[in-house]
Design a protein around this ligand. Structure first.
Ligand code: ADP
Ligand code: MG
Length: 257
């Protein structure tokens, strides 16, 4: 496997807890989709979540910003427990950005309008300020020249970078990625991964569901393997890939590497 040469030595993980999940369980109807999930994520961690299709990866990260509701156990994000309290849900959502496989940009709005919509209407940021922030992040993802185009005029990789910039405009403390490169043509995957690598280097706390194991090796400080709704194994990337412990992890790695 081609290993990216990223120097991880400066990517510090703090002692401060960002996300604390304990004994968390979730059902879809009678289907027990997440079982006794225990997971503590510190600020600055870059976690890759791997596992076969249907193992509950998306459900887990969707629970972290309450796009899905858990039924038992506890999820605490930045000190706020996720319950049905709408105030808490709003607070957590304002701190947690999410990027999906499909970019979910509004097709009838320009890139700049996509980026300023939530800051103006949800955060009540003055338009001019919202546009300045949006341009800052478009420069960061290296497509400021696309600001006045519509999403359909951009490539998939560019649209995904817009989606990342849109999240960043809300100044999140944690970013969740759910297979952000899975819908992209191969030649566009790198530009999105490079954007994610930059975010990691700036200290963003990140949870990434991805099949990009080169990214995991280069950027993650921890790889989590899920199967059938459980965290089966977790380790630093070197040991995860070179010395997997469980048979399920070994089987999974033999299929994807
Ligand atoms: P992954 O992201 O690892 O592929 P998911 O979290 O999407 O897995 O799904 C885990 C399991 O839950 C799968 O069996 C899936 O079919 C099921 N599932 C996902 N979403 C729903 C839903 N809204 N209602 C019922 N079952 C669901
Ligand atoms: Mg999924």
């Amino acid at each position: 496997m081609a290993e990216r040469t990223v120097d991880r030595s400066h990517m510090q993980v703090s002692d401060e807890v960002a996300i604390q999940i304990s004994k968390m369980n979730k059902w879809y109807g009678t289907f027990h989709v997440l079982r006794d999930i225990d997971l503590t994520v510190n600020q600055g961690e870059r976690i890759v979540i791997a596992g076969p299709s249907g193992s509950g990866k998306s459900t887990l990260i969707r629970c972290i910003n309450r796009l899905e509701e858990h039924q038992a156990g506890q999820i605490i994000v930045d000190g706020t427990e996720l319950t049905s309290d709408l105030k808490n849900i709003d607070k957590v959502r304002s701190e947690v950005g999410m990027v999906f496989q499909h970019f979910n940009l509004f097709p009838h709005l320009t890139i700049l309008e996509n980026l300023t919509l939530a800051p103006i209407w949800v955060r009540k940021t003055p338009k001019k300020e919202a546009e300045e922030v949006a341009m800052h992040y478009l420069e960061k993802v290296k497509i400021p020249e696309q600001a006045h185009k519509f999403p359909g005029m951009l490539s998939g990789g560019q649209q995904q970078r817009v989606a990342i910039a849109r999240s960043l405009c809300m100044k999140p403390r944690i970013m969740l990625f759910d297979e952000p490169t899975s819908a992209l043509d191969p030649e566009m995957i790198k530009e999105v991964l490079d954007t994610m690598i930059e975010l990691a280097e700036e200290g963003m706390t990140m949870l990434c569901v991805t099949h990009e194991m080169g990214f995991a090796q280069a950027v993650a400080n921890r790889v989590i393997f899920m199967d059938q709704g459980q965290i089966v194994e977790q380790n630093n990337p070197h040991d995860f890939f070179n010395n997997p412990q469980s048979d399920r992890t070994k089987l999974f790695l033999s299929q994807i590497l």
